[in-house]
Structures are given as C-alpha cells and as structure tokens.
Design a protein around this ligand. Sequence first.
Ligand SMILES: Cc1cc2nc3c(=O)[nH]c(=O)nc-3n(C[C@H](O)[C@H](O)[C@H](O)COP(=O)(O)OP(=O)(O)OC[C@H]3O[C@@H](n4cnc5c(N)ncnc54)[C@H](O)[C@@H]3O)c2cc1C
Length: 444
Amino acid sequence: MVVGGGIAGLVAARGLAASGRDVLLLEGSPQVGGKLRSAEVAGLTVDVGAEAMLARRPEGLALATEIGAEVVHPTAATSAVWSRGALRAMPRSLMGVPFDLDQLAASGVLSPEGLARVAAETDTPVGGDVSVGDLVAARLGDELVDRLVEPLLGGVYAGHARRISAAAAVPQLLAMARRGSLLEQAAAVPASTAPVFAALPGGMGRLPGLVVDGGGFEVRTSATVRALRRTTGGWALTIGPTTHPETVEADTVVLATPASPAARLLGEVVPDAAAELATVEAASVAVVTLAFRAQDLPDTLLDRSGFLVPPVEQRTIKASTFSFAKWAWVRDLDPDVVVLRTSLGRHREETTLQAADDGLVRVSLADLAAMAGITARPLDTHVQRWGGGLPQYAVGHLDRVARIRAAVAARPGLAVCGAAYDGVGIPAVIGSARHAVASVTRAE
Ligand SMILES: Cc1cc2nc3c(=O)[nH]c(=O)nc-3n(C[C@H](O)[C@H](O)[C@H](O)COP(=O)(O)OP(=O)(O)OC[C@H]3O[C@@H](n4cnc5c(N)ncnc54)[C@H](O)[C@@H]3O)c2cc1C
C-alpha cells in the first residue's frame, strides 16, 4: 500500500509492484501527480508546478528511460538576476560561490564594495552543519548572500539562505569550506557542456501518467488516508469521511505524503518520528502563468530563460521563467502565443499570497513591467497555489531525517519517502522512493 500519489508515491508503487506485490496507491486529491501538474492557458497545456529536473543526478533520467519517455533540454537562452536596478547576466557559480571573479564583476550583480569583500575571502573555520547563508557570508560577505545565494536557493526551496542547512541543501559547498578556500576550489571546477536540466516534451505534468501506465499497480484518487494503525498481521488504514469510514489492510505501507500529513499518520504508530516530522516547516508558493501575443513582447526576451529576484530588492515576485524561450516545446505549441510564469511566496511570508488570484496576476504584471519591460496585456492567465508546497531543510535536517528513518525502520513493513527527506528536487524525491521500496522489501 502506498499513501500519496506525487512522484514519490508513484515511483514507490511502481517499485513495489515490480517486486511482485499487489499494490494499491491511495491519493487524497482527485488526481495523481502532486506538484507535477499541467493546466491550460490560452488553450495551451503547460506546467503549473515543477517544470524541469536536474540532469546531473541519475534518478530522473533513469525513470524516463524506464518508462520510455523522451527527454528534452532547455534552449541556449540564459538566465539573469535583477540586481541594483537592472537585469544582469547570471554569473556561473556553485549556489552563489562564483567560478570566475571577473565574470561576477562584469555582471554588475554586486556593488564594488561587495565584490571587494568576495575577493578578500576570509578563512573562517567550519564545524558541523551551518546555514548556507551563514557559511557563505562568513567567507565571502553578506552582499554575495543577499544578491546571489538568496535568489538561487530561494528558487529551489522558497526559503531563506540563513536558515537552510548547507549539509542538506548544498553538501558540496560545506565539503569545500572544510577543505579550504571556496573561491580557489570553485575556480578549479571544470567547465562542463553537459546539460544541467531536462524535462519531458509537453511538460513534467505528463510524467505521473506515464509512471502509472503499465506500472502494474492500482490507483484510488479522492481517498485521503486519515489514520494508520498496527494490526497483528500488518497495517490498517482508515479512509473516507468520518461518518462512513472505510478500513483498508496491508502488509506493507509506504507513506509518500508531505511532512505534515505524514506526521499526523505516524502519530500513533511511530510517535518519535511523528514529532520530528512535525517540526519540518514548509513554504507556500504560487505560480502565475501568463500567455501573451508574441508580437506584443520585446524580441530581446527570446535570449533570456528568465530571471531571479533577490529578496533585498523588495519586489513581490521572486522569479520569472520565460517558458517560451527556455523550452522549444513550449514555443512550438503556438508560434503566435508566448507563455511565461512568475513565482511568488517565500517561507514565513504567507502575506504575499493573501490576495485573490487577480491580485497575484496584477503584482506579477507590475513587476514584469518594471524589471523586464513587459507592458502588454495578457491573453490569458492561470494561478496555481501550492500551500505548504516546499519543505524547509533547517540546519540539522540530515540528523533529523536519520532519526526519523531509524524510528520508522523499527516498524517492519513501514517506510517513508518524498520531498521532506533527501532533497526537494524530482531526482532526489525519486531516490527517496527507491530507498523506501528497498527498505521494506529488504526487511522481509
Ligand atoms: C511550484 C513548484 C515548482 C517546483 N519546481 C521544480 C522543478 O522545476 N524541478 C524539480 O526538480 N522540483 C521542483 N519542485 C519540487 C518538486 O516538484 C517536489 O518536491 C516533488 O514533486 C514532491 O513530490 P512528492 O511526491 O514528495 O510530494 P507531492 O508532489 O506533494 O505529492 C504528495 C501527494 O500526497 C497526497 N496526500 C497528502 N496527504 C495525503 C493523505 N493523507 N492521504 C492520501 N494522499 C495524501 C497529496 O495530495 C499529493 O498528491 C517544485 C515544487 C513546487 C511547489
């Protein structure tokens, strides 16, 4: 039995079915996919959740191969960062630590003082886990964190650099800091032409359906699991409304929900893990998709895949992805229509999202006009809210996850997986699902 039909649950269900079990996946909402979702905007079907996966980790590409899905890579359009009153070419970096100081200087992202502070790297010792922001600020100064690390980390976690664990989010950076100079080691990173990201033509929203097809497991949607308890032979799950509860029994349960429902479900059976999971906070975000007539947008935008906005700039949107420029498949949907998206919302800043959908569209348009010169009226818009959509990896996250896993592993036939554990990106989430399947099948 698998609870939760996001990519973690789907991959876990597929893995359990491949090991010869009868598998039922219970999904609370009316559709599987979780944060992988498509919607129609101006008649075009595009992603309104995740839109890419890292190609430099194997799990996402391996899954695509397993299900026979073609993958595509972004175009050569480059990204930018809005800093000090202009869109600046994004300097190459490892989560903000520049590979090339001259390129960082030429970008204009930092002030001359900020740049001088980076160049005067200090040799601050690093012990255990620390936040990414504190680590980089101690070595290379606050301005680099505020203007480059924040928007890059914020783009992935919708969180704050000075709260997110370096060990969990950017372990390479922590390892480098323990070895010596960040700048020297970043400068020695060999340039690679291998694509960093991949996606499915037609969007990542297609992936869930492809994982279900031929996956050999059964899916029940609109089936929120409300309780989990131990029975003599295994597990009993309660689904359905409180007035008509239904019990489903299983030998094996993989919980693939976000942290807070997982904490509720584990409350009775693994209270220690439940208490730890309940402390994993989440950021709420929204994706606003806008479709414009191609002729209404400046041609110059075609070279840009989008831009990030550091919080220090005090704008409302935190990023915009020019999907039409970044993905050939989006551009090819209709050459006369361009689709782009903005994202809004950071951890503990829910007030940004406390507006009606048309309010989120309005602030997106105002920011796009101010930062990208887009002043046209959209043909159509779509607002997708992801309440509690991105778990926050606080300092100490890896130890917390190890304790959760150890407590869960002490209950035979039970495992957890999903974005709350080993990384929020799709490949890491797939990896966590594989890990969960291995742990319950090994235990037999
Ligand atoms: C806006 C946004 C953009 C993103 N962009 C990218 C990107 O471009 N690339 C990338 O790699 N990652 C991206 N991510 C992160 C990535 O999409 C997610 O971390 C990942 O998809 C999470 O998968 P999951 O299966 O762990 O959880 P989810 O997708 O959250 O799925 C969990 C499922 O469990 C169900 N559920 C919850 N409680 C219950 C219950 N009690 N009973 C039954 N079902 C339940 C939910 O309805 C949901 O379907 C993005 C995330 C967001 C929010």
